[in-house]
Design a protein around this ligand. Structure first.
Ligand code: NAD
Length: 277
């Protein structure tokens, strides 16, 4: 039987990409589409809103009205916290793509991993998760002898900075080098900054146009420089990854085939899904 997927944040940019990814994937079916309370989309046909033809699924504005096996949530931190609490009560796994949680919100969110399987990733694309592994190697080999800087670019509508992906890249590099990112991160520079301190990890943010998401990590040593770059050209790359994560939480493969049963409660990320951890 197909895994029933509810999408929260259906009215957003990722919501539409997720609808397309669910439609294209094997072994899953869209069972509910949830938008923010009071949205004008309530009652409309989810498939038609996503430009995919009639689906027979009416959009709702409360998760309590949704029937699903796994929730995929790409909304905003406060909404995701409510949705994760609902999933924990109902014993349903959740895939979370929302970024921009503060430390307290993240702790609250992760507390639900004691009750349900929770897959949280700042970036669900396969390529970015491969980059995390490449970054570990680069940091191990070059990290102590190079200056490390992370540059990211996104579309003009993005509300948090630096991106969750850039922060995750910084965390991978910092933890490989035994550094605490909170202590070594430098978020932008202006004025009389003084010379660069070797152990810092710098972040620079670019916003504009319709850039889906570009990230470059630079390892700059004397005489040579290595740059690891990922460029997303379509939100479908994130959406397909999130659907793959939903299948994985239910013990299914990419084609929806039964593999090894439901995951136990716990905190997972996309590297777990891809077998990279
Ligand atoms: P968006 O602003 O286009 O969409 C967010 C949607 O969530 C909006 O339609 C909003 O109305 C809706 N929403 C708010 N509260 C809600 C609620 N209580 N219930 C249901 N819907 C609610 O943003 P987007 O570009 O789609 O991105 C959404 C989130 O996903 C952001 O945090 C973004 O950074 C993140 N994101 C993550 C990845 C990843 O791979 N992890 C990729 C892209 C975007």
């Amino acid at each position: 039987m197909a895994v029933k997927i509810a999408i929260s944040g259906f009215g957003g940019r990722m919501g539409r990409a997720l609808a397309q990814a669910v439609t294209q994937a094997q072994g899953v079916e869209l069972s509910a589409a949830v938008v923010r309370p009071g949205s004008s989309l309530v009652g409309a046909d989810a498939g038609e809103v996503a430009g995919l033809g009639r689906s027979g699924i009416a959009i709702v504005d409360s998760l309590a009205e949704a029937d699903f096996d796994v929730l995929i949530d790409f909304t905003a931190p406060a909404a995701t916290l409510d949705n994760a609490a609902h999933c924990a009560k109902q014993g349903r796994p959740i895939v979370i793509g929302t970024t921009g949680f503060d430390a307290e919100q993240k702790e609250k969110l992760l507390s639900h991993a004691g009750t349900i399987p929770l897959c949280l990733a700042s970036n669900f694309s396969t390529g970015v998760n491969l980059c995390f592994s490449l970054l570990e190697t680069a940091a191990r080999v070059l990290g102590e002898e190079s200056d490390i800087e992370i540059v990211e670019a996104h579309h003009r509508h993005k509300v948090d900075a630096p991106s969750g992906t850039a922060l995750s890249m910084g965390e991978v590099v910092a933890s490989t080098l035994g550094r605490d990112l909170d202590r070594v991160a430098v978020y932008g520079r202006e004025g009389q900054t003084g010379a660069r301190e070797r152990d810092t990890i710098g972040f620079a943010t670019v916003r504009g146009g319709d850039v889906v998401g570009d990230h470059t990590v630079m390892f700059m040593a004397d005489g040579e420089r290595v740059e690891i770059t990922h460029k997303a050209s379509s939100r479908l790359s994130f959406a397909r990854g999130a659907v793959r994560a939903a299948l994985w939480l239910k013990g299914r493969g990419l084609k929806g085939e039964e593999l090894d049963g439901d995951r136990a409660a716990g905190h997972y990320d996309m590297r777990d899904v891809l077998g990279l951890n």
